[in-house]
Design a protein around this ligand. Structure first.
Ligand code: HEC
Length: 183
């Protein structure tokens, strides 16, 4: 700080006299802040190569697309779902899933052991394709029937449900007695 606040500089520029005051503190502070911020910015994005707005955007778009795809699946009308659950390819895929995940409780042929018989017309939690799909996807946790949706995913739930529905009326030996209501 100069002693005299409004002291003039000794020289003139094109006849213009100049004061010799220091820059205002707020201006210097802003300047220093910008310098430090700039260095940080440069280090973060150009040396450490941290993800920036562009990567954020790409990620956001990906999430959005996944969401839309998921929503499209949910938006299948009941008729579409019923038709889909009859696709032979899906049933075939479900067969392996059933053997791996379901047969311990529902029997190798769906005849029922711990869990109910899945081959008869009687259902505890509803026997329309959508209802069976919901039983498999959401489970009946209180009764020891796992919610399979979060475990094997929607697509596999549909496959294994398609297989279960294909067992209707197969009448395997040692079938467990019917439980629930007739559909
Ligand atoms: C740990 C044993 C267990 C496993 C494994 C299991 N379930 Fe179940 N499941 C049950 C039980 C117990 C019930 C009956 C719940 C009740 O009485 O309310 C049931 C009920 C169901 C129902 C509803 C039946 C009805 O009458 O409404 C369906 C459908 C079903 N299971 C399908 C499956 C499929 C498909 C799998 C394999 C992905 C599977 N379950 C795996 C034990 C199991």
């Amino acid at each position: 700080m100069r002693k005299n606040k409004d002291e003039l500089r000794p020289e003139k520029v094109d006849g213009i006299e100049l004061l010799d005051n220091p820059l205002p503190t707020w201006w210097v502070a802003l300047f220093n802040f910008s310098m430090i911020f700039g260095l940080g910015y440069f280090g973060w994005f150009h040396i450490l190569n941290k993800p920036g707005l562009k990567e954020d955007l790409v990620q956001d778009r990906k999430t959005h697309e996944q969401l839309m795809a998921a929503r499209e699946q949910v938006a299948l009308s009941p008729d579409d779902i019923v038709a889909r659950l009859q696709e032979p390819k899906l049933i075939q895929e479900g067969k392996g899933l059933y053997a791996a995940h379901c047969s311990p409780c529902h029997g190798q042929q769906g005849e029922g052991t711990v869990g109910p018989n899945l081959t008869d017309k009687f259902w505890i939690h509803g026997g329309t394709p959508e209802m069976v799909l919901a039983s498999v996807s959401d489970g009946i946790p209180a009764m020891g029937m796992v919610a399979w949706g979060p475990i094997i995913g929607q697509q596999k739930v549909e496959a294994v449900t398609a297989f279960v529905l294909s067992l209707q009326g197969t009448n395997p030996p040692n079938g467990k007695a019917p439980q629930g209501d007739e559909y």
